[in-house]
Design a protein around this ligand. Structure first.
Ligand code: HEC
Length: 131
């Protein structure tokens, strides 16, 4: 009887730990704040990961696959040589607008998040540098 009770208490503690660890996982999911307008956006550190992390874009846009080639090391040249950036009118840039969540006409299968789109736009406004 006593062992039973200890076992029950143990199971109760274990399940509490498991449940709270699950909740913890949900809470710590990365929340990316929008870009600060005064921050310089780095292509390598911020834009490239939008394309490559979790194969977000490179699942299709890879070397030998769908253009533009958005893989690390190729993305910048591919975007520029295809003319997907318009420095004089950043919001009209294809790399910003085509997969934009507010664009319901094109590229319906994959969109930036609203925040990713803001980072891409700010990068273009800052001159679309290979930085
Ligand atoms: C499921 C496959 C797939 C994924 C994932 C995908 N794309 Fe595309 N993308 C395509 C296809 C197919 C086209 C060409 C079709 C078209 O023009 O409508 C295209 C076209 C484009 C174009 C237009 C190119 C041009 O020359 O006009 C851009 C820009 C683009 N994608 C960016 C992205 C970005 C950025 C991501 C990640 C957020 C992404 N794509 C994810 C399949 C994909």
């Amino acid at each position: 009887m006593k062992t039973n009770r200890i076992f029950l208490v143990f199971m109760l503690l274990l399940s509490t730990a498991l449940i709270s660890s699950c909740r913890y996982d949900i809470l710590v999911e990365p929340v990316v704040p929008p870009p600060n307008p005064s921050d310089t956006i780095s292509f390598a550190k911020t834009i490239d990961p939008i394309f490559n992390d979790n194969s977000n874009c490179v699942a299709c846009h890879n070397t030998g696959g769908q253009v533009p080639d958005l893989t690390t090391g190729h993305a910048f040249n591919s975007i520029m040589s295809l003319g997907l950036v318009n420095i004089s009118d950043p919001v009209s840039s294809t790399i910003y607008w085509f997969p934009n969540p507010d664009n319901s006409e094109n590229h319906t299968w994959k969109k930036y998040t609203g925040i990713q789109a803001q980072f891409v736009l700010q990068w273009i406004k800052q001159g679309a540098l290979n930085n």
